[in-house]
Design a protein around this ligand. Structure first.
Ligand SMILES: Nc1ncnc2c1ncn2[C@@H]1O[C@H](COP(=O)(O)OP(=O)(O)OP(=O)(O)O)[C@@H](O)[C@H]1O
Length: 271
């Protein structure tokens, strides 16, 4: 299942997806699409269902109903290695169990592209070194993964996703352990890959600054979706997040012509 991807083609189609666990509705009739190269931010308060939705898409759990298609084929039709070639995942909590050096953890990203039992070649080594350089960790290449800080671990996982060269990059709160500089840098890196990205965020201003399209979940339902300026209104912030906020428009960091919303929160919140 090796398909060439054009900018207009649909990368991911989520149709009427629902998830029930112990008779409780975690996701209800969620539908949206992601085009090739589009950066989509997934927002919602704690417990809204963001991680559950991402888990359905990266096949950690199976939805109770509905269909998810990657490149116009149902995701369950891909073999595990085929799916790993197309979809890379960076999670909020990085695995602790790796008893490996940083270089070897990043090297795991090339595995889906290699025949069974084959070793990494010179090009793979160059790609791994370049990915480590891009996340600012060349100097930690030989260090044990387990000895890194939380933010460094997360940057290693992003380097691993980069060498995986996916068509779709899924990130579940990828910036949760990162300092301000790396929050911005990692998002810029993810954008520069030119692949489709679906990332969940709690920082609404960061999401607005980097996303082409936003999805807002509330109690497992898609409450709003669209361009950041359309979606992030003070009404929505009040309805969905229970905060009083003023939303202004500021130029995008890369283009004075493109405006993005900027949220200023007022202290106090709606009961
Ligand atoms: N395996 C499970 N068993 C029971 N309930 C679950 C399970 N997984 C998720 N839930 C519930 O589903 C709801 C959505 O959880 P989820 O982790 O998807 O939310 P989230 O939007 O990612 O939240 P957060 O922003 O806090 O990370 C929560 O109420 C959670 O308790």
């Amino acid at each position: 299942m090796n398909q060439s991807v054009h900018a207009t083609c649909s990368m991911l189609d989520v149709q009427q997806v629902g998830l029930q666990i112990n008779q409780s509705n975690i996701l209800k009739d969620v539908s949206f699409s992601i085009k090739a190269g589009q950066f989509v931010g997934l927002l919602g308060p704690n417990g809204a269902g963001k991680s559950s939705l991402l888990r359905c898409i990266y096949r950690f759990i199976k939805p109770t109903y509905g269909q998810i298609q990657l490149l116009n084929a149902p995701i369950e039709r891909y073999s595990r290695p085929e799916y790993a070639k197309q979809v890379a995942v960076v999670l909020q909590d990085v695995p602790e169990q790796f008893n490996l050096g940083v270089f070897d953890v990043v090297a795991m990203g090339v595995t889906p592209h290699k025949p069974l039992f084959s070793s990494i070649n010179h090009k793979d080594k160059d790609d791994i070194a370049m990915a480590l350089e891009k996340v600012g960790l060349s100097h930690k290449s030989n260090q044990m993964f387990s000895s890194l800080s939380g933010g460094e671990k997360q940057r290693v996982m992003i380097a691993r996703a980069m060498v995986q060269q996916p068509q779709l990059l899924i990130m579940d709160e990828p910036t949760s352990h990162l300092d301000v500089k790396y929050q911005i840098q990692i998002m810029e890196l993810a954008k520069s890959l030119g692949v489709s990205v679906l990332a969940s965020f709690h920082d609404l201003n960061l999401a607005a600054a980097v996303s082409d399209h936003l999805l807002v979940l509330q109690n497992g339902e898609l409450k709003a979706q669209g361009a950041p300026l359309q979606v992030l209104t003070s009404e929505l912030l009040s309805d969905v997040f229970g905060v009083c906020a003023q939303v202004t428009q500021v130029p995008n960091a890369h283009s004075e012509q493109t405006l993005v919303p900027h949220i200023r929160y007022h202290y106090g919140y709606i009961q």
